[in-house]
Design a protein around this ligand. Structure first.
Ligand SMILES: [Ca+2]
Length: 732
């Protein structure tokens, strides 16, 4: 062999050696943040939080706008990342220990699930370790007690991972973490986890590839400011915002409506500092070109809590919180930088989910897929290369109660459609995320066909997966309305009172909506009230008779909303306010004249347990009957409120006559007063249909006919029969 040829052979062999070696050397740095919501990073639009290092990672890799956690709480999502299996499949559907399997005074008993990740599950760490990887874990584990720690699931090293979900003893030393001793007083936990991760990178066996899994305790409660950055955010908050943080009701919870928490922002900044340090170290050690970096969180930000408190975070423009199946609970900041695969600054809009990381990482490491293991994940490599085509259906199953006021439910996302089933409330909501990412417009009533399709698809998936469902609690007793003596002092209504037929009228705005309250001279026991839907002050004889009996008369403006879901949501908020702040009775009597019929019936159908009885006066029971197409301007407003086309409105199946079943089930008595010669709201097209259907359902309805009378006058000259009906049923 000539010398030159020998050199060629040597170089060829060397090149081959390095190429194969390099191909085997794909390392992984996985950043998993705790409770960080989609909106918490600058790259996703945050103006208050500053995350230059995380944003820089996004700018050098791919950002996913629709990256999802498999569950809105910690442990299930963590299990799904490590196994590539849906939380239902690994039987961890609640945070550990959570409230699974307990009745706890609720109407549903939720299914019991595992309190740890089973040893039989093969984790990402075990799989990579089998291929010669060094595996390092630091931070929050939350997948089981001693015997089920990271070192029992394929990690060589565990720094601080144990059974609990929040840092024991807080973020500052002396802490009491059973898997990590502090070095000095005042040491900050996240800095220490970063330091240990850097040490691993420096001291590791350089001949082997690695998985570094840095699982932050930030930004989970307790919310303790990061001293290094807190002053900056306090000053920024003072400059950016004025007044109290706005909140809004979410079902039975309260949601923070502004991202303005300086302490939380400082905790986000601690994560960003750490990400910066580790990315810098990768570069310094010349590992950045063969290390895939992943950034993700396990559930949405905690923005919603119970009993009038709201959470520390805010997920706007997304709705809901950690614990909830609205987008705010499950959509996560998601970034993957895969050198040689992802284009710098690329964005993917196709949904992905936490089970996808396992198969994706195997493919990026040129390792064979193990579909029997990561059974619910899909490799994202094609997506990482810029291909967003192909359909994806995602499922969530969260049949547990949660401290964020969430009640048992499940959901499905199919294309742009998303449906949420509420087992506790026995109802469901449908959204189109393409034009309503904030999930404001529930289309369940206007598009029953799509809702039924998705409900069936979700149920079929649950059946296939053997998903455990909540069951009715036979010992549940609905709370009795509180007796007058037990009622804490009710707040005074806002607004300077004026005289209204000899009673005090308070007029005020709530969330920009005009509201009115007339208070009785002395409230009757139990603080009963009548809710007047429309046409304030018109034919007030019933209201006046009830005021004299100690009733409150309430009004919350829903004009031009025609009883649409928007109107129902507005009333839900007002109801919550009246029954908590003002301690009014938990059940209201509803009074609806003419088109007021739409709101009283639609609200009652959504809240049957909150209604004592319904009095309809020439009420509209079908939208196509009235305002009708003869009055174009009104008709246009009406169909707009529902988001229907004129044609859809004619076929609409969300009218008062269409959802009487929950009212009959709740045994709500109905009274209608109608003029037999009414041509505006003809009896035959409205009350007669409702009466026949309600009777068929076993409900009780009484109709007072006024022969020869048209749409006006409403009510009765002597309202005694109406008043007697309302008084008789008020104690139900
Ligand atoms: Ca969490």
């Amino acid at each position: 062999m000539s010398t030159l040829f020998r050199v060629f052979v040597f170089l060829f062999a060397l090149g081959g050696f390095f190429n194969t070696h390099a191909a085997k050397q794909t390392n992984f740095l996985f950043f998993l943040v705790d409770d960080m919501g989609w909106a918490d990073i600058g790259a996703n639009g945050s103006k208050f939080h500053e995350t230059p290092n995380i944003d820089g990672l996004a700018a050098s890799g791919m950002r996913f706008t629709q990256g999802y956690a498999a569950c809105p709480v910690c442990s299930p999502t963590r299990a799904s990342i490590l196994t590539g299996r849906h939380p239902v499949r690994v039987d961890i559907t609640d945070w550990i220990p959570g409230q699974s399997g307990k009745a706890a005074g609720n109407p549903l008993i939720t299914p019991a699930d595992r309190a740890n990740l089973a040893h039989e599950e093969v984790t990402l760490a075990e799989s990579l370790k089998g291929h010669g990887y060094q595996t390092f874990f630091a931070g929050k584990w939350h997948l089981g007690n001693k015997g089920h720690w990271p070192t029992d699931q394929g990690f060589d090293i565990n720094i601080g991972g144990h059974h609990r979900g929040s840092p024991p003893g807080g973020y500052y030393a002396p802490w009491t973490n059973p898997a990590l001793k502090s070095k000095k007083k005042g040491e900050y936990l996240t800095e220490r986890l970063t330091e240990e991760s850097v040490k691993f990178l420096e001291d590791r066996d350089a001949s082997k590839p690695f998985l570094l899994y840095l699982s932050y305790y930030n930004i989970h409660t307790p919310i303790q400011p990061y001293k290094k950055h807190i002053e900056h955010y306090q000053a920024k908050k003072a400059k950016m915002f004025k007044g109290k943080t706005p909140t809004q009701p979410e079902h039975e919870g309260t949601t923070r409506m502004r991202q303005d928490n300086a302490a939380l922002a400082s905790m986000v900044a601690a994560v960003d500092d750490s990400v910066g340090t580790l990315l810098g170290k990768l570069k310094e050690l010349k590992l950045d070109q063969n290390t895939v970096v992943i950034f993700f969180s396990d559930n949405g930000g905690l923005s919603t809590l119970q009993r009038g408190r709201s959470g520390p975070g805010c997920n706007l423009p997304l709705r809901g919180s950690k614990g909830w199946l609205y987008e705010g609970g499950v959509r996560e900041p998601t970034i993957i930088r895969a050198p040689g695969v992802t284009k710098a600054g690329s964005i993917s809009h196709k949904p992905m989910v936490s089970m996808d990381f396992f198969p994706t990482m195997l493919e990026l490491a040129n390792l064979p897929a193990q579909p029997k293991l990561h059974a619910d994940g899909q490799s994202l490599v094609s997506q990482l290369k810029g291909n967003d085509s192909g359909a994806r259906t995602l499922y969530w199953h969260y049949p547990h109660y949660h401290g964020s006021a969430w009640k048992p439910g499940a959901s499905i996302r199919d294309g742009d459609w998303k449906l949420i089933e509420f087992y506790h409330y026995k109802n469901f909501e449908l959204y189109n995320l393409a034009n309503d990412p904030g999930e404001h417009k529930n289309l369940a009533q206007s598009n029953p066909q799509k809702a039924n399709e998705l409900r069936a698809k979700l149920a079929a998936w649950q059946k296939k997966m053997n998903a455990k469902m909540p069951v009715a609690n036979p010992d549940y007793k609905a709370p009795k309305p509180k007796a007058e003596a037990k009622i804490k002092k009710a707040a005074t209504f806002p607004g300077k009172p004026s005289d209204w037929h000899g009673f005090a009228l308070h007029e005020f705005q709530r969330n920009g909506v005009n509201c009115k309250v007339v208070t009785p001279k002395k409230a009757a026991a139990g603080r009963p009230w009548i809710w007047r839907a429309r046409f304030w002050g018109h034919e007030p004889q019933t209201d006046l008779a009830l005021l004299a009996k100690g009733w409150h008369v309430l009004y919350c403006d829903v004009a031009d909303l025609f009883g649409s879901p928007k109107a129902v949501a507005r009333w839900n908020d007002f109801y919550g306010y009246l029954t908590t702040t003002h301690r009014l009775a938990p059940k209201a009597a509803l009074e609806g004249m003419s088109r007021g019929g739409l709101i009283i019936y639609n609200w009652a159908a959504a809240n049957p347990e909150k209604v004592s009885c319904i009095y309809g006066d020439a009420p509209v029971c079908v939208i196509k009957s009235w305002p009708g197409q003869s009055r174009q301007a009104v008709w246009k407003k009406c169909i707009e409120a529902y988001g229907l086309t004129s044609e859809e409105a004619l076929r609409f199946k969300g009218n008062p006559i269409d959802h009487l079943a929950p009212l009959a089930k709740a045994k709500i008595p109905l009274l209608h007063v109608v003029g037999d010669a009414d041509t505006a709201v003809p009896v035959a097209e409205n009350t007669a249909i409702l009466e026949a259907r309600y009777n068929k359902l076993g409900g009780t309805i009484q109709v007072i006919h006024k022969p020869g009378i048209g749409h006006h006058p409403h009510s009765l000259k002597d309202p005694k029969p109406i008043v007697d009906f309302i008084l008789k049923h008020s104690a139900r």
